[in-house]
Every structure is written in C-alpha cells, then in structure tokens.
Ligand binder design. Structure first.
Ligand SMILES: NC(=O)c1ccc[n+]([C@@H]2O[C@H](COP(=O)([O-])OP(=O)(O)OC[C@H]3O[C@@H](n4cnc5c(N)ncnc54)[C@H](O)[C@@H]3O)[C@@H](O)[C@H]2O)c1
Ligand SMILES: O=C(O)C[C@H](O)C(=O)O
Ligand SMILES: [Mg+2]
Length: 558
C-alpha cells in the first residue's frame, strides 16, 4: 500500500502545485502577489485578501519586529523572513540598515550561533559533515545550486570571540552572505553559506540533546586536512571561478588554509585579510584626524592571533611603502599576547608573531624581572599612539590601560575590535570617560555607551567590496595589494566634517562596497591583466547590482 501522506503525494504528483511558488523564498511575494498573478498562478484562497505593496510589507514587518523584546527574537524573526521571502528581507534591510545590521550580523549573530539549534527550522546553504567524507563531489554535483559565485565557509571553531560553536557556526556564513547581497548587491541565488561540520570540542554542545550538529569531538590533523582538500576540489569542479571566503576558523587552521589555497582559487580569509584592511583603514583615517604621522609612532597589537598577525603584516607593508626599511617598519609594531610582550626566542607562539617579535637584545632589560612585560608595562615603555585589541578578552583595556595611552598622546587611537560586545576589550563609553573624551575610538561591534563619534571598525566595511570587485574584474586570485588598496579607498571616504567618525555610517555600506570594489578592479587590471569594460569599471560595478524588487515576469512563468 502507498504510505505517502496525501499532501506530499499531491505535491509530487502535481508539479504545478501553486504552493511551490509560495515556498520558494526567491519567488515568493506573500501578500504582494497581484490579482492577476493570483488568477494566473492559482493563488486565490492560499493568501489573505489584502493585496499589499512591498513598501506596505516593509512597514508591517518593521512594526512587528520592533514589538519583540530581545535582539535574539528579532534575529529569529528576520531569519524566518529571509527563508520565506528573500526579496522582502533585503528590501527591509536596505531601508532600515542601521537598525537591522546589528541583528542579522554582529553582535546578535553571535548569540544566534550559540543558540542555533533552538531556532533551526529550514535548510539554508550546505552542511557538509565529516561522515560524508568521500562523497562531497557527488553531493555538490547533485544539488540544484547552479551559478554559485560567492561561498562563505566556516568550520565553526572560532565564532567571533565565542569559541567553538560546532554546527551553530552556520549563523556566521549566513550573516556574511546576507551582507554580500545587502551591501555589494550580489544576487542571493548566487551565494552559498557552507558549514563544514568536523565535530566540536564544546562539551556543552556535545551533551545538549537539542544540538543539531555531528556529535563528535573535532577531527584534526591529516584527516581534517584531507576533508578540507576534498571540499575545495569539489567546489572547484562544481563552481569553477567561484570566490571562497574562509571565515571564523581557529587561528592555526585559518592561517594554514589561507596559505594552502590562496594561489589555487580566488579565496581569502576575512578574519586575517579583511580585518587587516579594515584596521589599516581605521588607522589611516585616525592618523589624519589626530594630525600625526604614523611612521613616527608605535602601534601596539593586543592579541596577536589570526586577526592581529594579519593586521601586523598589512601595517608593515604600509610603513615600507612610506619609505621605512623592513626592520624599521617591524620595529614600529609591538605585540602583546597571553604571555606578555612577544619577544624573539622567548614566547613566539605562532609563525605570524615572528614579524613583530621584539629582538631579544632590545628586550633584555625588560626581561630583567624574568617575565615578558604585560600590556600596561609595554604601553608605559613604548608609548604607542595606537592600541588595537583582537584578543577576545573582555575588559582588557581597563582604566589604567586607557589612562596610560592618554598620558603620552593628545589623541590616542584605541580600537577594541573583539566581537561581540561581551568579548570586547573595552566599551566605547569607558574609553571616552577614561581618556577624558580625547581618544579616537573604533569598536568591532556597534558601540554601547559611546556617543555618536564612535566608529564600528568591522570587516563588513571591506569583505563585500572585495568580493564584488573580484567578481566584476574576473580576478582569479585575491592579492595582498587588493587589501592594501581597499584600505586606502575606505579611508578616503572619511568625512572631513569635523566629526571623529573614521568611516561613513552603516547606512552607506552599499556606497562603501562600490568604492572598495573599484579599488579591487584597478588592482586586478594593474597586476592581473584584467580588462576594464569599454564604459569603465564603475559602470560594470553598478550594472552588477541585484536590487530587492519583486519580479514582474511571473505571469509568463510556465
Ligand atoms: N572587528 C573585526 O572586524 C574583527 C575581525 C576579526 C576578528 N575580530 C575579533 O578578534 C578576536 C580574535 O580573533 P582571531 O581570529 O584573531 O582569533 P585568534 O584565536 O586567532 O587570536 C586571539 C589571540 O588572542 C590571544 N589571547 C588570548 N587571551 C589573551 C590574553 N589574556 N591576553 C593577550 N592575548 C590573549 C590568543 O593567544 C590569540 O593569539 C575575536 O574576538 C574576533 O571576534 C574582530
Ligand atoms: O563577524 C564579525 O563581526 C567580524 C569578524 O569577522 C569576527 O570574526 O569578529
Ligand atoms: Mg570573522
């Protein structure tokens, strides 16, 4: 006997089931289906009577969203909208970007990753779990994701500063790709979030009966590497030329995967390279605001992991470009990690730290106490003009630290970049208060407790434009020069209006993405031989933009 439930049977037996269009988030218009569409597509009865416009829908959705009391509830509401009506989701986001960005992205996306299993409802993107090893090629070949242009992938091990979230990490690629569409106008049908589920070492997740991921400790070493290799080969075969963004991998894997794959496909690590360009742009803006010359000052990086070492590397390149020798450029940068000031031969923990390790001879006096100096001691000795936090250590920039920074500089530049706010080295309000309002401040997450002059220094100012520029120019590689130029392009957007803002406000992220994309296209033309279209890169960038408007060709869909 046929055991198929009746509603499923009728769905499969009738491919023209009118409900199919309502459950396709890229085609669904909800109450905005016109009477003619309802007639033609057989939607009468399936929708309430009122025929809305997209602007009416936006007004209704934003009113409903504002009635929720917590950011997490609002996040779940927005994700649900994204999974049911993607056009409306992006139209809403474009119209209310400043309000919604902190919900679909940092900081709320962090809580959403921690609580991912509680709100998991519908499939989005790909979960490729380790037990599928050996089958990835076939799985990708069989799935109906055609024309994918941008992939964001994580294994969930370093989700913001919140550590290992296993499969819950999927929230991050979903959020990043939402911004590829919102800011850079990449067609959502051409984006693909991927979670490589190689297990989790988060005991709470492993023990939680609700956890939706693969309940296994993390696969490591050669087995892990082979799985990633299989994944990359499968991606290259299925979507040749697609851009692959590595996101929120734990430090050592982040560095290793970038160096293994950066020359094999258009690919970059957002936490290393996107963050570096963002931080450099913030420093270039702040330098002009403070009226200083960076090459005559010291910069202190607190937390020299993937992000910190990426920033160091791009900074050294910038200082060299200004005429400093390699050693002089390195000498401008100090790194303090969990074992104090990073000193050659003493406490270099990862290869990237070697670039900024202080020579042992120079540090001999400092080591007299038998221990590498900590943050405050390093500030007192080096008197840096810039302090950057990528440590994930909440409150590490305390009052003595900020006061020490403010003692030697009229306008100290203080950038607690760790996310989310619960992992930030300092709040903007505290930095303002402890520096008597003199500090130039940028925080990774939207600032809480600061006034209007605090900039969100987050790689969302860079990665959408990098991706857009790479796609428009057809770049086969994402190069360091692209990040250096992107940083300069972003810094050039600082308004000279007298405010302390380092970047334009988030409302302008679409313009920012265009500017960054243009700088990438120019580097692709100069260094990779990309050919500009006859009417120039700007027009090519503008032409590419997907806009969140309902399709008006549904009446002709067969
Ligand atoms: N604002 C942004 O755009 C942005 C971008 C990337 C990363 N981040 C944030 O930066 C943080 C770090 O990211 P990552 O990818 O570099 O991670 P990571 O794990 O590679 O690096 C963190 C570093 O901090 C060090 N650290 C830990 N405890 C410390 C302590 N008590 N004192 C000094 N150093 C300590 C670790 O040893 C490690 O070197 C995260 O919170 C992340 O959210 C922000
Ligand atoms: O995701 C963000 O908000 C920025 C960055 O990529 C991070 O990992 O913190
Ligand atoms: Mg990240």
């Amino acid at each position: 006997m046929d055991q198929t439930p009746m509603h499923e049977a009728s769905l499969t037996k009738n491919p023209a089931d009118p409900r199919a269009i309502l459950s396709d988030p890229l085609l669904n218009k909800g109450t905005a289906f016109t009477q003619a569409e309802r007639d033609r597509l057989g939607l009468h009865g399936l929708l309430p009577s009122h025929v809305s416009t997209i602007s009416g829908q936006i007004d209704r959705r934003i009113a409903v969203l504002r009635a929720f009391s917590t950011p997490f509830e609002k996040y779940a509401f927005l994700r649900d909208l994204q999974d049911t009506n993607e056009t409306l989701f992006y139209a809403l986001l474009a119209q209310h970007r400043a309000e919604l960005l902190p919900l679909v992205y940092t900081p709320t996306v962090g809580e959403a990753c921690v609580r991912f299993s509680e709100i998991y409802r519908r499939p989005r993107g790909l979960f490729l779990s380790y037990p599928l090893k050996g089958r990835l090629r076939q799985i990708l070949a069989d799935l109906p994701f055609e024309d994918v242009e941008v992939i964001c992938v994580t294994d969930g091990e370093r989700i913001l500063g919140l550590g290992d979230q296993g499969a819950g990490g999927m929230g991050i690629p979903i959020g990043k790709l939402s911004l590829y569409t919102d800011c850079a106008g990449i067609d959502p049908a051409r984006t693909l979030p991927i979670l490589l589920d190689t297990g989790t070492d988060n005991q709470a997740r492993l023990e939680n009966p609700l956890y939706v991921g693969w309940r296994n400790r993390r696969v490591r070493g050669a087995d892990y590497d082979a799985f990633i290799e299989e994944f990359v080969e499968a991606v290259q075969e299925r979507w040749p030329g697609a851009l692959l963004q590595w996101e929120d991998f734990a430090g050592p894997n982040a560095v290793a995967l970038l160096s293994r794959y950066r020359d094999r496909l258009p690919s970059f690590n957002d936490d290393i390279q996107g963050t570096a360009a963002t931080a450099l742009a913030a420093i270039l803006s702040a330098e002009r605001l403070a009226g200083i010359n960076l090459s005559q000052h010291k910069i202190l990086l607190f937390g020299a992991g993937a992000a910190g070492c990426g920033i160091a590397s791009l900074l050294v390149g910038e200082l060299e470009a200004r005429g400093l020798s390699h050693d002089a450029a390195r000498g401008c940068i100090y790194g303090v990690d969990r074992d104090g000031l990073i000193i050659e031969g003493v406490n270099v923990a990862i290869p990237g730290q070697a670039l900024i390790a202080r020579p042992e001879a120079e540090a001999a006096e400092w080591l007299a106490s038998g221990k590498a100096p900590g943050l405050i001691e390093t500030i007192e000795r080096a008197q840096p003009a810039v302090l950057i936090g990528t440590s994930g250590q909440f409150g590490a920039f305390d009052e003595p630290v900020v006061r020490a920074m403010a003692q030697h500089h009229e306008r100290p530049i203080i950038l607690p970049l760790s996310n989310p706010g619960t992992r930030s080295e300092a709040t903007a309000g505290d930095v303002q208060a402890w520096s008597d309002g003199r500090a130039i401040i940028g925080t990774g997450s939207p600032s809480e407790g600061g006034d209007g002059a605090v900039t969100q220094v987050n790689n969302v100012y860079i990665f959408p434009g990098i991706g857009l520029g790479a796609l428009v120019s057809g770049a086969t590689r994402i190069t360091e020069a692209m990040f250096a130029e992107a940083a300069k392009a972003l810094a050039s957007l600082r308004s000279e209006g007298g405010s302390d803002a380092l970047f334009p406000p988030s409302e302008q992220l679409a313009d920012v993405a265009n500017t960054v994309a243009l700088s990438v296209c120019k580097v692709a033309e100069r260094d990779l031989g990309a050919t500009p279209p006859a009417d120039g890169w700007e027009n090519a960038i503008a032409r590419r933009r997907w806009v969140p408007a309902y399709r008006d060709d549904l009446l002709s869909v067969e």
